[in-house]
Write a protein that binds this ligand. Structure first.
Ligand code: HEC
Ligand code: HEC
Length: 498
């Protein structure tokens, strides 16, 4: 029972902290998101292991009555009293659970956005309060890895502006292409074509990656050539085969749309950046929107939580079960409390069941035998590093069409043919796969790994021929396709300034 008491003390401590920072408002210093999650970080550092999402580290991220935890708020939201911007200084961060709620559902209403609606949205101080993102169980273990929000603080108004820009084809030269044309929410924020298709049907040579869970990701693109989401976001606008616009023309267009001009003025009047429509502010708004797109807990996450708990309290749970079977069980309050916690923990797993095959696949994924977690590790299943699996390296003689990936950025020979490890959360929505979209199905991907990738002088030494049975392969696919599939946040795709 000693362990249980420790956990209770921990839980009370976390509850007190939450109470202090969130319910009563933050202290002078904004809460350091890194502090809260030191425990989670240490779990992450231990990866690869089967305990990625720690059961204790996320205690503050999940409501105790996690019946439908993806839909509930982490803690009672402070209702900020209406106050003017000046009074709100320094604005107190508001904790917001990403991945659910109304952060991405747009300014309330129907149809095109009117100036009136935009004015009243901007006049509400709540929309300008700095948000302190809380990650759902899916990503909670990575909370210490959150990127970019110190330089580019999140606010509701900025996220909403980014949402509008993301879906607006007016950012492109001929008004036909938006970010969503290639990163489509209906295709897991990727696209079901091998290559992105831009203005005039032009195609590049790379597959459109996903645009979610970016909050844990630093450098962007398959080769990491953009140092941040902000830097990445303005790239496609001026890319001749994507949105084929110029930054100047894009800024002029946005300035000419009153609803945008007003929002840019209000959103970036924050002492951090220069207000108004600038291409940098376009990048900051888009990046903020992308950071807020977080995919929710998957069956594997819920399963992990239960499995970790069962392992930690194996003896206690066995004892309670034994007692419960008796006519007159002798259980004290602690036992009953532990049992209640256990039952609560199992509820979301019951609602999001996981198959035995997916569980076996997950165990295999994390095992040395498959070795996937040599690269796909941590909360978002990626080391954010670059590796050569031999994809696209099968030409007899490399020619000027060969895509050398990371090498083009670093000029370092060891980076030839290396590409950034993608997340495999919700990967089943995002086919075709790999940087060149050359693999159609997850079965094909698993075969690729089983045969040890494609031999080439720069093949990663972490890629080896695997000894997998047909059932193993099925299990791996099942793990990725079902075990890691989860809900996407609700997103308004229309509602743009007129
Ligand atoms: C014509 C298709 C197309 C359009 C339009 C487009 N993208 Fe992309 N996007 C791609 C492709 C292809 C890549 C990968 C390119 C590479 O790695 O060189 C990419 C990469 C990205 C990445 C990097 C993801 C990662 O894992 O590194 C992000 C984020 C992104 N795009 C966001 C956006 C945003 C925001 C917009 C709108 C301003 C946009 N994209 C417009 C096709 C497109
Ligand atoms: C050496 C590091 C490494 C290892 C080990 C590894 N991966 Fe990957 N994985 C990558 C990289 C890098 C890519 C992208 C490669 C490319 O496009 O050239 C990738 C791509 C994928 C994709 C396609 C995702 C997409 O969106 O296109 C899947 C699925 C995948 N890996 C699953 C696995 C599985 C399952 C295992 C274990 C059997 C595994 N990986 C082992 C690094 C690795």
């Amino acid at each position: 029972m000693g362990r249980f008491i420790t956990i209770v003390i921990l839980f009370v401590a976390v509850a007190l902290l939450v109470n202090k920072f969130v319910l009563q408002g933050a202290p002078e210093q904004p809460v350091d998101p890194q502090k809260k999650t030191e425990q989670a970080e240490s779990t992450l550092a231990e990866a690869p292991s089967t305990t990625t999402p720690s059961s204790d580290g996320s205690a503050s991220d999940e409501p105790a009555s996690a019946g439908e935890s993806t839909e509930s708020e982490p803690v009672a939201k402070p209702k900020p009293e209406p106050k003017t911007k000046a009074q709100a200084e320094p604005s107190q961060p508001e904790a917001v659970l990403l991945g659910s709620g109304d952060l991405l559902t747009g300014i309330p209403g129907e149809g095109g956005l009117t100036l009136e609606q935009i004015d009243s949205w901007l006049a509400n101080p709540t929309n300008h309060v700095t948000l302190q993102p809380v990650l759902p169980l899916s990503l909670a273990a990575g909370a210490a890895e959150i990127k970019g929000i110190d330089e580019n603080p999140l606010t509701r108004a900025k996220i909403e502006l980014g949402r509008q820009l993301y879906f607006d084809t007016r950012l492109s030269s001929d008004n036909t292409i938006s970010c969503a044309s290639c990163h489509d929410p209906d295709f897991g924020f990727a696209k079901n074509t091998p290559f992105g298709i831009g203005v005039d049907g032009q195609q590049g040579g790379r597959n459109s990656p996903i645009a979610y869970n970016r909050i844990l990701s630093g450098p962007q693109f398959w080769d990491g050539r953009a140092e941040s989401l902000e830097a990445q976001a303005v790239g496609p606008i001026a890319n001749p085969i994507e949105m084929a616009n110029t930054h100047e023309a894009c800024v002029e267009t946005l300035k000419g749309i009153n609803g945008y001009a007003k929002q840019f003025e209000a959103v970036f009047d924050d002492g951090v950046s220069i207000g108004g429509v600038t291409i940098d502010n376009v990048g900051m708004a888009l990046a903020s929107f992308e950071r807020a797109i977080v995919t929710g807990p998957a069956p594997w996450d819920y399963y992990q939580k239960v499995a970790t708990f069962e392992k930690s309290y194996a003896d206690d749970l066995a004892f309670i079960e034994e007692e419960k079977a008796k006519d007159e069980p002798e259980l004290d309050d602690e036992d009953l409390e532990l049992w209640r916690e256990y039952t609560n923990l199992k509820m979301p797993l019951t609602a999001h069941p996981i198959s035995d095959s997916a569980i076996r696949g997950g165990q295999l994924f994390f095992s040395d035998r498959a070795g996937c977690t040599a690269c796909h590790l941590g909360a978002n299943f990626t080391d954010e590093m670059y590796h050569n699996l031999g994809v696209g390296m099968d030409a007899e003689e490399p020619d000027d069409k060969t895509d050398w990936g990371r090498f083009v950025v670093t000029n370092d020979d060891k980076d030839r043919g290396a590409f950034k490890t993608p997340t495999i959360r919700n990967v089943s929505y995002t086919g075709p796969f790999m940087h060149d979209g050359s693999q159609q199905t997850l079965e094909e991907v698993v075969e690729w790994y089983a045969k040890g990738g494609h031999p080439n002088p720069h093949l990663s030494e972490k890629v080896k021929k695997l000894d997998l049975t047909d059932q193993d392969k099925k299990d791996l696919v099942e793990f990725m396709a079902e075990g890691l599939k989860s809900e996407f946040p609700k997103i308004e795709q229309e509602r743009l300034p007129q």
